[in-house]
Design a protein around this ligand. Structure first.
Ligand SMILES: Cc1ncc(C[n+]2csc(CCOP(=O)(O)OP(=O)(O)O)c2C)c(N)n1
Ligand code: SF4
Length: 350
């Protein structure tokens, strides 16, 4: 195996509206195990940012510790990056976001990083509705420390050692819904067709957008008895509906019956085929989303796709009424009101 990425790209590879090629969104060559689901998620993040014409230097990628948390090295090499402490990605992202709200924050975490050591931080970043994309690369195990069961390992699911997990699992989507996340989705690392539009929608969502991506660990948790392995997930996926992401343009309206599909002409000349969900599923109802996740789980399946979307809530800045201008762009005189104001404040508290 070579550790040098060739500079050559297909001559017909096009550039996006900002003149960037896909190469401008890539990072270093991955050192994860060949076939690890996490690499496919990195590729989906790269594709999403390329297609949304984002400027790489206006993105901040933040992670904790784990194989999943190593991935920011492998995408968006020209963006800002911070590989924080195990489970502490949410607080580091919160601090960065409070100082500069003009960047796009992409937080990457593992199921161990989020559902175990970082659980407290996860809960608070959701309830504050921090404006960020939070992606969990969920393999049901601690890949980096050689495959111990994580808190998202399903009861009875068994990894390489063959011992079934004796504990009930934590469903991070259900938790995010209960804690007030504005957007909640689940996908599979091997389903880029579904994952890329979800990441694009999460990037454009104002507020906390959570995507739980089942991402098999081929080395320690890809057995036929593991519910986070390729075989099991491919056999047990049930999508909420076919969803595509359309950037803001003048409105295109369609009207067609439930359960049928319709091809719609897009602004860029392409065509989009929409499939209307047969089920009566209201995406703006938390209760229904939780109900649906549980119902599908009882059928031994995994619900994937967009589960919930609420665009009307203010993000953390709106809730605590921060300055319109990003703090890092304010001058010292604007940030510090001076000793007279401080003296008056202190006096009012005596
Ligand atoms: C405070 C602390 N405790 C424990 C560890 C050991 N450790 C490193 S990564 C990890 C879990 C990684 O699992 P996950 O977040 O699911 O990521 P994966 O490697 O599976 O992608 C643990 C327990 C650590 N680095 N720091
Ligand atoms: S140990 Fe598992 S999670 Fe880590 S890189 Fe290898 S396959 Fe991926």
């Amino acid at each position: 195996m070579t550790f040098i990425r060739p500079n050559f790209r297909h001559p017909e590879n096009h550039t996006n509206e900002r003149g960037f090629s896909i190469k401008n969104y890539e990072g270093a060559l991955s050192t994860l195990c060949a076939g690890c689901g996490h690499d496919s998620i990195s590729a989906s993040i790269i594709k999403s940012c390329f297609e949304l014409n984002l400027e790489p230097h206006k993105i901040a990628k933040i992670s904790g510790i784990g194989c999943s948390s190593k991935t920011p090295t492998y995408f968006l090499g020209k963006a800002h990056g911070f590989n924080s402490v195990h489970g502490r990605m949410p607080s580091v992202t919160t601090g960065a976001n409070m100082a500069n709200k003009d960047l796009l924050y992409i937080g990457v975490s593992g199921d161990g990083d989020t559902a175990s050591i970082g659980m407290g931080q996860f809960a608070h970043v959701v309830r504050r509705n921090l404006n960020m994309v939070y992606i969990v690369m969920n393999n049901g195990c601690y890949g980096l420390t050689k495959g111990q069961d994580s808190a998202t390992a399903d009861k009875g699911s068994a990894g390489k050692k063959g011992v079934p997990s004796p504990f009930d699992s934590i469903d991070l989507c259900e938790l995010a819904l209960q804690l007030g996340a504005g957007m909640v989705a689940r996908s599979f690392s091997g389903d880029k067709k579904q994952l890329v539009p979800l990441i694009k929608a999460a990037i454009k969502h104002n507020g906390f957008a959570f995507i739980d991506v089942v991402s098999p660990c081929v080395t320690f948790n890809n057995t036929p008895n593991s519910t986070k392995g390729y075989e099991w997930v491919r056999d047990h996926m049930e999508a909420t509906g076919t969803i595509d992401f359309i950037p803001h343009q003048s409105e295109i309206t369609v009207d067609y019956p439930e359960g049928s599909s319709r091809t719609v002409a897009m602004h860029d000349g392409s065509a989009l085929t929409l499939q209307k969900n047969q089920h009566d599923y209201d995406l703006s109802c938390r209760k229904e989303a939780i109900n649906r996740i549980e119902t599908v789980k009882m059928q031994q399946k995994i619900l994937t796709g967009l589960m919930y979307l609420n665009e009307s809530e203010s993000d953390t800045h709106g809730r605590i009424n921060t300055s319109d201008q990003a703090l890092n762009s304010l001058a010292q005189s604007e940030l510090c009101p001076g000793s007279t104001v401080l003296d008056a404040l202190n006096a009012s508290l005596r």
